[in-house]
Design a protein around this ligand. Structure first.
Ligand code: NAP
Length: 457
């Protein structure tokens, strides 16, 4: 091996170790920031090592790619936290597009001379990559509300999907048997692009987090297959880590949303017709002063943040109110639903930014048994994750999704701007219950007003 190759393999080894350590760090909020830095350092090492690859003779195209990529990547990283899911979907689309294009280029350059195993990996790479490109673009369009968020269905959709899947896999197998006949290869690529669209359009926006992590997993597996084709160890390792961690996250999110993974894989969920519980009565509006008195004389207060806290950027105001209550000897807890907000861990990130100690954060399973002893549950811009219909109405679109059971608390205060619905577009019977008071207004303003009012009690 030449010195350059030694350097390459050494950087790949360091990068792989950093990826594993980074992933381990990301498994806990305490170590997540360090994990992220390690993973980024790993990626830098992998890129640096690759620049010394003996097969690279001309750096001009690489430099152009680097400049173009940076020009696109830097503004993409500047989007607000609330737009992060659609930004992530776009990143998946770009990553998968890169993997597919490498695969197609390899086939065009080397043709059937690559050999059976590499051809299999190449086909898999291009197929998974292509369907991830279009699937991720549709997911991004739905999340950005450029497309209708509700499931897009038509008659015979399942049959069309099955037919498309059979033609795609059939073309893949036929091409493996006859690798010189490129028409099978391009038929597979075309079907994969269309299949990606078909996979995501019938999925309701509320189920999108599962789809996102599944597409992440496909993009990772596609990159791993690229690694096999190019004989690149770091791509195999990073792609496999990404593929399987994405898949495990999909399973965990499926559990959190009570969806079966088979339904996700076959794009069948989100298709049920939702029957909403008829709500009667009206919402009871409460004033800042009323809520302040309730809070000031409580023994235990649980804050339940949701997407509205993110849009209002109300995490600091929430922490300040929490501090004031704690100073009065009140037990203050923060309940975290796994899919609150718009991405996994969204609420953890916001509350960590506001220096809420991890020991005050409670997962759904931990906090639900405490609800009957909670004097006031303060819902901050959350809706779907506290919707009792998910528990009580088997025909609801979100039926079976575990919720934070604030309706079991002695009293509930909901902070939201008006009568806006949640991500699923469903009405929330919680807002009509006698135990619930609605404090209308932007969450940050309401929390700031509450903090001032509590000090006067
Ligand atoms: P949600 O159901 O989307 O409800 C958010 C509520 O916040 C709305 O009803 C809105 O009502 C209120 N709101 C918006 N801006 C506000 C502001 N400035 N101040 C006060 N209130 C404000 O949120 P969620 O309960 O967190 O549920 C998350 C949903 O997103 C779930 O359906 C989940 O499946 C889905 N999802 C999650 C992820 C993930 O990974 N976490 C990813 C994609 C989708 P008003 O308009 O009346 O104010």
């Amino acid at each position: 091996m030449s010195n350059a190759q030694y350097f390459l393999e050494a950087t790949y080894l360091i990068a792989s170790c950093l990826f594993v350590l980074g992933l381990k760090g990301l498994s806990h909020p305490d170590t997540a920031r360090r994990g992220m830095i390690m993973a980024a350092a790993g990626m830098s090492a992998a890129v640096l090592g690759t620049l010394f690859h003996p097969d690279i003779h001309n750096y001009i195209y690489i430099a152009i790619g680097l400049i173009l990529g940076s020009c696109i990547g830097i503004p993409m990283a500047m989007v607000p936290m609330t737009a992060m899911p659609q930004r992530t979907a776009l990143s998946h689309a770009f990553g998968a597009m890169a993997a597919s294009m490498v695969g197609i280029a390899e086939y065009v350059i080397h043709g059937p001379t690559l050999g059976g195993v590499k051809m299999g990996a190449l086909g898999l790479e291009v197929m998974l990559g292509s369907l991830t490109v279009t699937g991720s673009l549709i997911a991004a369009a739905k999340l950005q509300e450029l497309m209708r968020g509700t499931p897009i269905m038509f008659k015979g959709q399942q049959i069309v999907n099955l037919g498309l899947f059979i033609v795609m896999i059939g073309s893949f197998i036929t091409w493996l048997i006859n690798p010189a006949v490129s028409v099978y290869f391009y038929t597979m690529v075309g079907c994969a692009f269309v299949f990606g669209v078909m996979l995501v359009i019938p999925i309701g926006a509320a189920d999108m987090p599962v789809v996102m992590s599944l597409l992440n997993s496909y993009a990772g597996l596609s990159s791993a297959a690229t690694g096999f084709v190019l004989g690149n160890n770091v791509l195999i390792i990073a792609g496999t880590l990404d593929g399987f961690s994405g898949f495990i996250l999909s399973i965990l999110m499926c559990r959190a949303m009570n969806r079966s993974i088979t339904n996700v894989l076959f794009g069948g969920f989100g298709s049920a017709v939702s029957v909403e519980t008829a709500v009667s009565g009206s919402m009871r509006e409460v004033s800042v002063d009323d809520v302040a008195v309730q809070l000031a004389y409580a023994s235990q207060v649980v804050f339940v943040p949701g997407y509205g806290m993110a849009t209002a950027q109300a995490q600091h105001a929430c922490r300040e109110l929490g501090n004031l209550l704690e100073e009065r000897g009140i037990a203050v807890k923060y309940a975290i639903h796994p899919v609150a907000g718009r991405m996994p861990g969204h609420m953890n990130v916001l509350l960590a930014e506001a220096n809420v100690p991890y020991s005050s954060l409670y997962e759904m399973e931990q906090i639900n048994p405490e609800m009957p002893q909670t004097d006031v549950a303060v819902v901050i811009g959350a809706n779907d994750v506290v919707n009792p219909d998910a528990r009580d109405n088997p025909k609801s679109l979100i039926a079976g999704m575990p919720i934070i059971e604030v309706d079991k608390a002695k009293s509930v205060v909901v902070l939201k701007r008006g009568k806006g619905k949640g991500f699923s577009g469903l009405e929330n019977p919680l807002f009509f219950k006698s135990v619930t008071g609605m404090l209308y207004g932007d969450a940050k303003t309401s929390l700031t007003n509450l903090a001032q009012a509590v000090q006067k009690v």
